[in-house]
Design a protein around this ligand. Structure first.
Ligand SMILES: Cc1cc2nc3c(=O)[nH]c(=O)nc-3n(C[C@H](O)[C@H](O)[C@H](O)COP(=O)(O)OP(=O)(O)OC[C@H]3O[C@@H](n4cnc5c(N)ncnc54)[C@H](O)[C@@H]3O)c2cc1C
Ligand code: SF4
Length: 877
């Protein structure tokens, strides 16, 4: 039951941490929690508080909105990071990453976390967000309360990774809910190649934002992508015992599915607040200063003094928001309140304008989706064949709602009219169409200064033109300065047009778009020259010499580490803070905090002895799963960090580099030794290439393959470097291929007459990519950027006179190769292999064993493999 929060703010008593500052604890490191921290720091909060943040996801903060892009393969995980873990350390924030808070004791002013540790606070901010709602369906949960394997929400990075994994292994998905999230999930899974059906119980899609006509147009667009849509129906039960097999519809029919995604609403995470006695209704109740309410204590003062909440877990004036723009407004007010930057700051609620890209379709919606009263006017423009449906609802001459589907160019003008009740044009169609014949530029020129442009970050036209007047004349500069376009990104076009207009012909391109890393203002070639001339051997030396004010920048460290290793293979001074955890411990971190270990198997060839050792290691260290990888190696999944050195020692095999931005693996087919089509010895050439290039740092991961004839059984045409035997000792070398989220056939760089020449040409290409490729630029972008013609001139004709240098640099790098797993025997730092975090139990990652009921032991699998390896080595690639 709701009670109104106290309206008199009692300042939190100053108890002080070791520094004498007040202790601020934030629970939840999602978009609202992280934004609150940024706003606090911007107001000097770093000097006022000792800040501790608990986030039960094992990451820094990331842009949750872009998970849809990750699922669809349009974004990668690195691209969605908002603040990496180093950012917290750099700002003096104690980030308890991967740690869940389990209790709040308001009377004692302390929180208890899952490790049992108790952390006192003077000020507490709850930013716990929401979870996917689990509809009440028979069979959806197992006896222990966990979701049936194969049933998942779509809320966090782990859900997204799970969906991507499922997409690789399965074929059919059912998405429950045809709102924003459901359509995003369906779109992503369809893009990953699954058969997808959306079940939506209301009569039309996105019924909360769209009227029936717009919903029908959206449905046509969604179905056009191959997604099946069933409206007016719901799943009444989930079938399957060990894993989901489908859902049952109310008419008793069964819809088969290997994956079921729960996107029919979210539930605010209020458990902590409820248990602590705070006011909770549909969510945690806050007042206009984001304070929580609760029963007064016997001592008279409320135990909720100093307790605040922000984000999706919050209910303000009866409203629970599910979009970022209002949450960021809340974060701003809360930072003003906590730091005293604006003593009068109050949050009065938000009028939301939803601007989204749903399943590839632009959507903007505000206010009423359809007329409600008899006198309401409806203005509609529809072009169903182009997927466009625009409508506006006018009441008493004022815009009270608008829905734009497929063409959102009129959004800023409509939003301005909607939010401020502006007079509307006589010809109502002008609301939705630019009848003056302008190309949209007139639109933005006509906007008032306080017209909102970026709804996510509440940036107005005035703020954008003000930034331009203040000297920012590039689109990126204005976006950085105002944050416009940095939420869902749908307003970037309007921001660009506004900057162009305001700069009045003086538009510049921000040079930082060409910098190798954000914290050092130099292009890659300039940076390389400076590093070489000044002989800068460490990341900190680069920052000291080349960054503005000598300031380190956490987002730049990994890229610089990679570059320095490329430039100084022998002399590079390694500062381990510059590495991602995978590179620090030479293994790939998994969702539960354990690691995957992939030993090297050159060219995909192994021996019975190696397989026996792998089986012994798997048994000894209780490995969760043994998996044959797509790169023709064997992956031991579920190894604990502290066991890594012993695992490597027992394996006695070098690292397969399955974790780094480096040369990963060379796949081969069996080639001429065994295959009747084989034109040459692809296996041996694959082994030779892997021996030559093993472990080489590259701007992004690099994969190779060699095949014995153009039948291409090991997929050489779609690798970063692919080599194809074409007979009579000749080989074709392809570069820039891809077969992941992007698919590209490589370009034929050269046809050469011997295996030795292959190694030479490939070496020159790899070294050029190492030296000229941008950080995280895959070869499928690098090759088109350079142009095949130019690459051929540089590498084959030595047009720039670079070849001798490339050969020499590569030789040095190859000579510097050391197996990183040797480090296991001598840890570089005392904590290198110590587990810092509690491992998260992972119900969604079952321990798998091949074979019959009752399971096959790890040793059995190992001996099966060993037996297979001991037999003839020919067969499938
Ligand atoms: C796929 C997807 C697409 C979206 N697209 C859009 C869009 O286009 N536009 C838009 O405006 N919005 C969109 N949203 C919604 C938007 O992301 C959310 O409104 C926003 O993330 C909510 O922020 P929050 O911080 O309140 O919650 P969250 O971002 O969910 O963060 C809460 C954090 O607190 C952690 N936590 C919870 N309890 C505890 C505890 N006890 N201890 C420690 N940590 C805890 C959670 O694990 C989580 O990390 C989308 C959301 C998703 C999932
Ligand atoms: S295994 Fe395939 S690619 Fe290799 S030689 Fe035989 S047919 Fe050709």
């Amino acid at each position: 039951m709701t009670t109104a929060p106290s309206t008199t703010e009692v300042p939190a008593p100053r108890r002080g941490g070791t520094s004498g500052r007040r202790r601020l604890v934030v629970v939840g490191n999602g978009m609202a929690g992280a934004r609150t921290l940024e706003e606090l720091l911007a107001r000097g909060g770093g000097e006022m508080f000792d800040i501790t943040v608990f986030g039960d996801e094992p990451y820094g903060s990331y842009n949750r909105i872009l998970l849809s892009g990750v699922l669809a393969g349009d974004d990668d995980e690195e691209g969605i990071v908002l603040n990496p873990r180093e950012w917290y350390a750099d700002n003096g924030i104690d980030l308890r990453c991967g740690v869940r808070v389990t209790g709040v004791r308001t009377a004692a002013r302390e929180v208890v976390d899952a490790t049992g540790a108790v952390t006192p606070y003077d000020v507490l901010v709850l930013a716990t967000g929401s979870s996917s709602r689990v509809p009440p369906m028979e069979g959806v949960r197992r006896a222990d309360g966990s979701l049936l394997p194969g049933v998942t929400g779509f809320r966090g990075l782990d859900d997204t990774r799970g969906l991507l994994d499922a997409a690789r292994a399965h074929e059919r998905a059912v998405v429950l809910g045809g709102g924003l999230l459901g359509l995003e999930a369906a779109h992503g899974l369809r893009r990953q190649g699954l058969d997808v059906t959306v079940l939506h119980s209301p009569a039309h899609l996105m019924n909360q934002q769209l009227d029936a006509a717009a919903g029908a147009v959206l449905r046509t667009s969604v179905e056009g992508t191959g997604v099946r849509v069933l409206t007016g129906t719901r799943a009444s039960a989930v079938t399957g015992t060990d894993r989901v097999t489908g859902v049952v519809l109310p008419d008793g029919s069964h819809l088969a599915a290997d994956v079921v995604v729960l996107t029919a609403g979210t539930t605010p995470n209020t458990g902590l607040a409820e248990a602590a006695g705070l006011d909770v209704d549909r969510a945690v109740v806050v007042d206009d200063r984001m304070r929580c309410g609760g029963a007064p204590s016997v001592a008279g003062a409320s135990p909720t003094d100093g307790v605040y909440a922000v984000g999706e877990c919050v209910q303000h004036r009866g409203v629970v928001y599910g979009l970022v723009a209002p949450l960021w407004e809340q974060a701003t007010v809360l930072a003003d309140v906590l730091t005293g930057a604006d003593p009068t700051a109050e949050y009065r609620g938000s009028r939301t304008c939803t601007k989204l890209k749903v399943a590839g379709v632009d959507v903007a919606a505000m206010g009423l989706p359809a007329p409600e009263l008899p006198g309401d006017e409806l203005v509609v423009v529809a072009e169903p064949s182009r997927g466009v449906h625009l409508s506006a609802v006018v009441r008493d001459g004022v815009l009270v709602g608008a829905t734009l589907l497929g063409d959102v160019s009129r959004t800023p003008a409509l939003q301005q009219a909607f939010e401020r009740g502006l007079p509307l044009p006589e010809r109502r169609l002008e609301l939705l169409l630019d009848l003056g014949g302008g190309a949209g530029e007139g639109d933005v020129a006509d906007l008032d200064d306080d017209a909102p442009v970026c709804s996510c970050n509440q940036v107005t036209k005035g703020a954008i033109t003000g930034a331009v007047a203040g000297g920012c004349t590039s689109v990126k500069g204005v976006m950085d300065a105002t944050r416009a376009g940095k939420g869902c990104g749908t307003c970037k076009g309007v921001v660009g047009r506004l900057v162009e207009l305001a700069a009045d012909g003086a538009l510049t391109e921000d040079p930082s778009v060409h910098w190798y890393v954000p914290g050092v203002p130099l292009r890659k070639d300039e940076l390389v020259r400076e590093i070489r001339e000044r002989r800068l051997l460490s990341v900190s030396a680069v920052f000291a010499a080349l960054a503005p004010g000598g300031e380190p920048d956490a987002k730049s460290s990994m890229g610089l580490t990679s570059l320095l290793r490329t430039l100084w293979p022998e002399d590079f001074e390694d500062e381990r803070g510059g590495r991602f955890v995978n590179d620090r411990v030479h293994a790939n971190i998994q969702r539960d905090g354990t690691f995957s270990v992939v030993p090297q198997m050159k060219g995909g060839v192994t021996t019975a002895d190696e397989l026996r050792r792998i089986a012994d290691v798997a048994d000894k260290y209780d490995v969760g799963m043994i998996k044959v990888t797509g790169g023709q190696r064997i992956d031991l999944l579920g190894v604990r960090k502290e066991d890594l050195p012993k695992v490597w020692e027992d394996l006695g095999m070098p690292s397969g580099y399955a974790y780094g931005k480096s040369m990963r693996t060379v796949k081969t087919c069996v080639g001429s030794d065994f295959c009747r089509f084989g034109l040459d010895d692809s296996t041996q050439l694959g082994i030779d290439l892997e021996t030559r290039f093993q472990g080489l740092e590259t701007p992004a991961k690099l994969k190779m393959a060699v095949v014995g004839c153009p039948r291409n059984c090991a997929e050489a045409y779609v690798k970063d470097v692919g080599v194809v035997a074409v007979g009579k000792g000749r080989w074709e070398v392809y570069v820039g291929g891809a077969a992941g989220a992007s698919v590209r056939k490589g370009d034929l760089l050269a046809t050469v007459g011997s295996a030795e020449e292959v190694i030479t040409v490939v070496g020159r290409f790899v070294q050029l990519y190492r030296e000229w490729g941008n950080w995280l630029e895959r070869t499928y972008d690098f090759v088109p950027r350079m142009g095949l013609d130019r690459l051929q001139k540089v590498l084959l004709e030595d047009a720039g006179g670079l070849v001798a240098g490339l050969d020499a640099d590569l030789e040095q790098a190859v000579a510097a190769y050391r197996d990183p797993w040797q480090e296991g025997r001598e840890p570089v730092t005392p904590g290198q292999f110590r587990t810092a975090l509690p491992l998260v139990p992972l119900p969604l990652v079952p321990r798998r064993a091949a074979g019959a009921p009752g399971g096959t032991s790890v040793a059995d699998i190992g001996s099966d493999l060993a037996a297979a390896a001991a037999g003839p080595a020919g067969g499938a690639a």
